[in-house]
Design a protein around this ligand. Structure first.
Ligand code: NAD
Ligand code: UDP
Length: 351
């Protein structure tokens, strides 16, 4: 008998499958789910993470997720996992996310992100699970002409295979939901996730040299990298540097629990922006990080990075109205929590 989440009472014996749950955002979502009383099964192939993140989850909340080391492209394994654990809803974080790498290895990105998502949906269908929350990205908007960006803003053309893979998966899921009204799907378009759990025990642990601003800045602060390269100071923005909507990872994780609740009374595919609605420039982020850490962040102005847009921030009103969700933490808290994690774990989970 297929399980319809909308028809269930709050029966926490039903589990949530978190794909990519050992990763940066997935581990914070796993913690939030456990703290809210859900049973959680994490499926992760650990290609960009360590299972130590889940040990830290258990250290913080005293509860463990069940861990399956496996791949979303292994349809049979995913189907069996869904059945074995009586899963009723899936949070789908698993995927590759490095923009530059996606340009060099497009097949790897389309296979992992697009084929992996198709495989997951086939497994869900076979197991009778029709509730899905997908990690999409503001990158699907391309370069919008007006700010802030709301969900009605037409999806643009992402400039790289990573962004295109997110757009493609959104299309696959939209078509799937239109074809079969048993599906309830949330497409969550994240803006720029940063920050760490307030305990300092969990945070972002990029492999190699970070591609993203805040992990790079925090490694400069701790002395692992010499200086930040600021990619362009001639954009039409407040100080010439790129502006983004940074969102605390714990606020983002909480948005997923709100999406699970919202799907109970909704069929079809629904898009929600998860952002704060406030944009900060690169130099404003550097300043906020210096204040939080008490360290100087040396920087040089470098040429613009190919594919970057000048500015991007969310209109988060739809998520507020329909999910009852708003981001609570401001830039100061994002930087303080990032710094605590970086300072206490200079080698990330490798310590
Ligand atoms: P992450 O790399 O820390 O986490 C992704 C996890 O998925 C990793 O633990 C990795 O080992 C796992 N994984 C990758 N491919 C897999 C596969 N085929 N099968 C099983 N596990 C697999 O990344 P994150 O920052 O936590 O991002 C999570 C999701 O959110 C991704 O889909 C990403 O594209 C999306 N997203 C991230 C950002 C961001 O800036 N971090 C922004 C927008 C959207
Ligand atoms: N950025 C930078 N130096 C870096 C990394 C990023 O100046 O080493 C800038 C980048 O040009 C953009 C902002 O910081 O304006 C955020 O970049 P990030 O890669 O973190 O996120 P994106 O919005 O590109 O996904």
């Amino acid at each position: 008998m297929p399980k319809r989440y909308g028809e269930m009472s709050k029966d926490m014996s039903d589990a949530v499958l978190v794909t990519g749950g050992a990763g940066y955002i997935g581990s914070h979502a796993t913690l939030c789910l456990l703290e809210a009383g859900y049973s959680v099964v994490v499926l992760d192939n650990l290609c960009n993470s360590s299972a130590r993140s889940l040990e830290r989850v258990a250290q913080i909340c005293g509860r463990q997720p069940h861990f399956v080391q496996g791949d979303t492209r292994d349809t049979a394994l995913v189907e069996q996992t869904l059945k074995d654990h009586n899963v009723s809803v899936v949070l789908h974080f698993a995927g590759l996310k490095a923009v530059g790498e996606s340009v060099e290895k497009p097949l790897m990105y389309y296979e992992n992100n697009v084929a992996g998502s198709v495989s997951l949906c086939k497994a869900m269908q076979a197991a009778g699970v029709f509730n899905l929350v997908f990690s999409s990205s503001a990158t699907v908007y391309g370069e919008p002409e007006t700010m802030p960006i709301d969900e009605d803003c037409p999806a643009g053309v992402p400039t790289n295979p990573y962004g295109l893979s997110k757009k493609m998966v959104e299309q696959v899921l939209t078509d799937l939901a239109a074809s079969d009204d048993r599906w309830s799907i949330a497409l969550l378009r994240y803006f720029n996730p940063v920050g760490a759990h307030e305990s300092g025990l969990m945070g972002e642990d990029p492999q190699g040299i970070p591609n993203n601003l805040v992990p790079y800045v925090s490694q400069v602060a701790v002395g692992k990298l010499a200086a930040l390269q600021v990619f362009g100071d001639d954009y039409p923005t407040v100080d010439g540097t790129g502006v983004r909507d940074y969102i605390h990872v714990v606020d983002l994780a909480k948005g997923h629990l709100k999406a699970i609740d919202a799907l109970k009374s909704r069929k079809g595919a629904h898009i929600w922006n998860l952002g704060t609605g406030v944009g900060y420039s690169v130099l404003q982020v550097v300043k906020a990080f210096e204040k939080a850490s008490g360290r100087d962040i040396p920087f040089n102005i470098a040429p613009r990075r190919s594919g970057d847009i000048a500015e991007c921030w969310a209109n988060p009103e739809k998520a507020k109205a329909e999910l009852g969700w708003v981001a609570e933490h401001g830039i100061e808290r994002m930087m303080e929590d990032t710094w605590r994690w970086q300072r206490d774990n200079p080698e990330g989970y490798g310590v």
